[in-house]
Design a protein around this ligand. Structure first.
Ligand code: ATP
Ligand code: MG
Length: 356
């Protein structure tokens, strides 16, 4: 069977280390595994406009920032199609047809949308486009006949909704769409990386992020000011690692090599955590370790970004080419969908014939 990946990000800001562990790192591995026939990576500008309708300049400016982040982590345009959602108008038409297959109450039950509505204070005035974005996301996934969608845990309800739409469509109109599978990070700490403030999710909209493009000093400052255990006041106090963002980040980012290099007196993160829990291990020491780990990971990404920042026209060219490839693929699916839905009138010889 053909193996196809579709995934993407909203251009509402630069990408952060939550995106890195939740999705980007895995994408690059999958890209380089050679196991996938087609890979589509989408910058979801139309989706970003659903809750930023009054701020088009923000979305416009962040398209290239997200593309720079992609290229700097190792997404390779020779292997992965990088494209812009709104440049593929077929996606909008698919969404319109899928809307007939979903009820308002089903959308209201989507827990991620519920949480996002609350976060944006949209309770009394939800833009219809925002409310229906899970449907447009189903259009994005199915348009490319994606089999695999590598994303963070917050996207699980979107994938479930997409699978339901595929079932319904195929049941009503005949086998046409491919059912996608979600691919979650295999490490618990990466599912939903908390913010530097300890809040449940690092998110561009919450301002609690370490960005992939942050300079060395900003990263250091953010790490040194991170939320830990508020009751761990003296070094000798026993500390908590649950809900302690510094330890969660170590679980997400640190490899055994890092510990061997920067804190060789500990054999493993388990040992480090045990010491913290017993008391006698200060926050500063753990934060310094985390800073070294983060700088190790981020410095090659930063260097690669610098290179691409000196050739912005090339970045736009990559997006233009990728969008053309993406549109061709989506147009094929749309043709299948129209045929299945019996709205391909002018192609149907049995319809266009004399009655006698
Ligand atoms: P916004 O606040 O605009 O929604 P965001 O930071 O949530 O932005 P998205 O563009 O919505 O980012 O998410 C892109 C991808 O990154 C999705 O696959 C999502 O699951 C993943 N992701 C986002 N934040 C995190 C996080 N904190 N931990 C793990 N994965 C994340
Ligand atoms: Mg989001």
């Amino acid at each position: 069977m053909t193996k196809i990946i579709l995934t993407g990000d909203r251009p509402t800001g630069r990408l952060h280390v939550g995106h890195y562990v939740g999705s980007l790192r895995r994408r690059v591995e999958l890209q380089n595994s050679g196991e996938y026939d087609e890979i589509y990576i989408m910058i979801a500008d139309a989706q970003a406009l659903t809750d930023n309708a009054d701020n088009p300049e923000k979305v416009r400016q962040n398209i290239v920032e997200v593309a720079l982040d992609y290229l700097s982590v190792g997404l390779d345009p020779a292997k992965s199609n990088l494209f812009i959602q709104s440049m593929v108008p077929e996606l909008t038409e698919l969404s319109f047809y899928y809307m007939n297959l979903v009820t308002v109450s089903r959308l209201q039950r989507n827990p991620t949308v519920k949480a996002e509505i609350q976060m944006r204070n949209f309770e009394t005035s939800i833009p219809v486009g925002f409310f229906t974005y899970p449907i447009s996301q189903a259009a994005d996934i199915t348009a490319f006949k994606a089999t695999t969608v590598p994303v963070g845990e917050d996207q699980m309800p979107m994938l479930e909704q997409c699978q339901e739409i595929v079932h319904k469509f195929n049941a009503v109109y005949g086998e046409t769409l491919i059912e996608p599978k979600i691919l979650l990070p295999d490490n618990e700490a990466c599912m939903r990386l908390p913010g530097t403030d300890g809040k449940a999710k690092m998110s561009k909209s919450l301002g609690n992020c370490i960005y992939l493009s942050d300079d060395e000093e900003s990263v250091r400052q953010k790490v040194m000011n991170m939320f830990t255990d508020p009751d761990h006041l003296r070094v000798s106090d026993p500390g908590k690692v649950e809900g302690n963002a510094v330890f969660t980040y170590l679980r997400a980012f640190a490899k055994p090599e890092h510990l061997a290099e920067y804190l060789p007196e500990y054999q493993s993160l388990d040992e480090l955590e045990a010491h913290y829990k017993r008391g006698g291990l200060g926050d500063v020491k753990v934060k310094k370790l985390l800073n070294s780990v983060m700088q190790d990971i981020l410095s090659p990404i930063r260097a690669e970004r610098k290179k691409w920042e000196n050739d912005i026209p090339a970045v736009y060219e990559i997006l233009k080419k990728g969008s053309e490839v993406a549109e061709r693929k989506a147009a094929q699916t749309l043709a299948d969908v129209r045929k299945a839905m019996k709205i391909d009138y002018f192609n149907d010889k049995s319809l266009i014939k004399d009655r006698m």
